[in-house]
Design a protein around this ligand. Structure first.
Ligand SMILES: Cc1cc2nc3c(=O)[nH]c(=O)nc-3n(C[C@H](O)[C@H](O)[C@H](O)COP(=O)(O)OP(=O)(O)OC[C@H]3O[C@@H](n4cnc5c(N)ncnc54)[C@H](O)[C@@H]3O)c2cc1C
Length: 447
């Protein structure tokens, strides 16, 4: 497709960058993928592998009737590498798609390194490629923890201050340290053993727990950093600040779970999800936190069944860097100011593993198309990918916040539909339109 010296540069070999490189390579493009690990690690990255999951091992719901399930289904239809890796390395997690993170990243790394179209260079890119790029284009997929040198270079180009806000990660515990006489196995509303471990609390245990949590020591934020959290990833102690019952209606909600010892729904529940395929580690679901390490151990060991918990990782806070998409991006993911540069992943202004991958997929296709002189493509807004792009590029810039995919971002259904059928209808409409869109892409690709 390309003349020999044409190449696509992809900066960052996380979820978005790996997917982008894979998609572009699949279109016959020569790709050079820069990854700074293992020479430099961000505070959240630990593995030298590409496609590392930095926190939860879950890619969330796999039901096509949910918005994130639909987005995954669309990516499967578009031969996503990340989706293939997830299928190959999944661990039981009820209706969610969760993976063994080590095997998952190994799969991605193997496929990328074995691709004859992709060259991986282990180096930190400190500034944006010089302008204009001759015979090439570049995708910036350096994630929410982009190091300061490149962040500075990006902000010089965009002329915009990057917004910084905070997410927090949840602790992981050793399975053997859990008291299974207290903790019961069940998935919400499901009969049978289920995939989650549930730590039940009665009213007084809950009240003691939130009392201690409310007065626990937190890691202070640096003064120049604006304390702004993504709503879907609030630390437990921040949720609690909104009222004593908020945790019981959030990560500690007991509905649909029956404690076999009492035959009743507990007053509150802490859920644990399998972290690896061997089931030797469990992740505390929704328990992201910025408590100090000492306080985490003290307070989380108050949870029934976790009195002797051995933590293999404690929760922490982290930075999240992203650009103001509606101001800076075209729907193709090209930067308006330099159309030879495309943004992908969390830094483009989406939130979440799946969403970051999806934007990587689109940027990869469009990067390859730009190199071969074709018009970039824009996904229809009725698809989950298109809805995400629309949010990223057509929201009022003053109100813009990163978002997970959700049906609120989609154009309304043409017909009034009962709530329980809406997910199904959104999915049916999206998948038909996606097929048509794919036909158009294939047709123009071969022109
Ligand atoms: C601590 C933390 C926890 C999170 N938890 C979750 C979660 O549980 N669930 C969820 O859905 N989302 C989570 N997110 C949000 C987000 O979905 C993930 O960050 C996701 O990994 C973003 O994918 P990405 O490809 O954009 O970036 P990343 O996965 O961070 O990949 C970026 C890659 O680029 C490399 N890189 C960076 N700068 C350079 C450079 N200058 N030169 C060369 N290489 C570079 C990095 O080493 C890294 O490999 C979390 C984010 C953070 C930071």
């Amino acid at each position: 497709m390309n003349s020999d010296n044409r190449q696509l540069i992809v900066i960052g070999g996380g979820l978005a960058g790996s997917e982008a490189a894979w998609q572009a390579a699949g279109l016959g493009c020569q790709v050079v993928l820069y990854e700074m690990k293992p020479l430099t690690f961000s505070p959240a990255h630990h593995s030298p592998l590409l496609g590392e999951l930095v926190c939860s091992n879950s890619l969330r719901s796999d039901a096509v009737t949910s918005a994130v399930g639909l987005l995954k289904e669309e990516m499967r239809a578009m031969k996503s590498l990340i989706m293939e890796a997830a299928e190959n390395t999944r661990v039981p997690a009820g209706k969610a798609l969760a993976v063994d993170r080590e095997k998952f990243a190994r799969f991605i790394t193997g496929e990328i390194e074995n691709s004859s179209h992709i060259t991986v260079v282990r180096e930190e890119v400190k500034e944006l490629p010089a302008m204009p790029l001759e015979n090439s284009a570049a995708i910036i997929a350096t994630g929410p923890l982009t190091p300061s040198a490149l962040t500075e270079s990006i902000s010089q180009l965009t002329g915009k201050e990057h917004l910084a806000f905070y997410d927090a990660i949840a602790p992981i515990v050793e399975a053997e340290s859990l008291n299974r006489n207290i903790i019961f196995q069940a998935s919400r509303y499901d009969e049978g053993p289920g995939d989650y471990l549930n730590c039940p609390m009665d009213k007084s245990q809950y009240e003691n727990f939130i009392h201690e949590l409310a007065r626990a020591r937190k890691v202070p934020l640096k003064s120049f950093e604006d304390q702004k959290y993504f709503e879907g990833c609030l630390p437990v102690e921040v949720i609690l600040e909104r009222g004593p019952e908020t945790l019981r209606f959030g990560p500690m909600k007991p509905v649909g779970l029956t404690d076999p010892r009492t035959g009743r729904e507990p007053y509150a529940v802490v859920q644990l999800r399998m972290e690896n395929r061997e089931g030797t580690q469990y992740n505390m679901v929704g328990f992201q936190t910025k408590l100090t390490y000492g306080e985490q151990k003290r307070i989380f060991r108050m949870i029934p069944g976790m009195e002797e918990a051995v933590f293999t990782r404690l929760g922490s806070i982290h930075r999240n860097t992203f650009i103001c998409g509606p101001e800076l991006l075209l729907p193709s993911m090209q930067l308006k100011k330099r159309t030879d540069l495309l943004m992908a992943g969390q830094i483009s202004g989406v939130e979440g593993y799946v969403e970051s991958t999806a934007i990587g997929l689109l940027a990869g296709i469009n990067g390859a198309r730009l190199l071969s002189g074709k018009k970039p493509v824009i996904p229809p807004p009725e698809t989950a990918l298109g809805a995400l792009v629309k949010h990223l590029t057509a929201t009022d810039p003053k109100l813009f916040q990163p978002s997970n995919i959700n049906f609120g971002l989609f154009p309304r259904l043409e017909q009034k539909t009962p709530k329980r059928l809406r997910g199904k209808k959104y999915a049916e409409r999206a998948l038909i339109i996606l097929q048509e869109w794919q036909k158009t892409i294939n047709k123009t690709q071969n022109d």
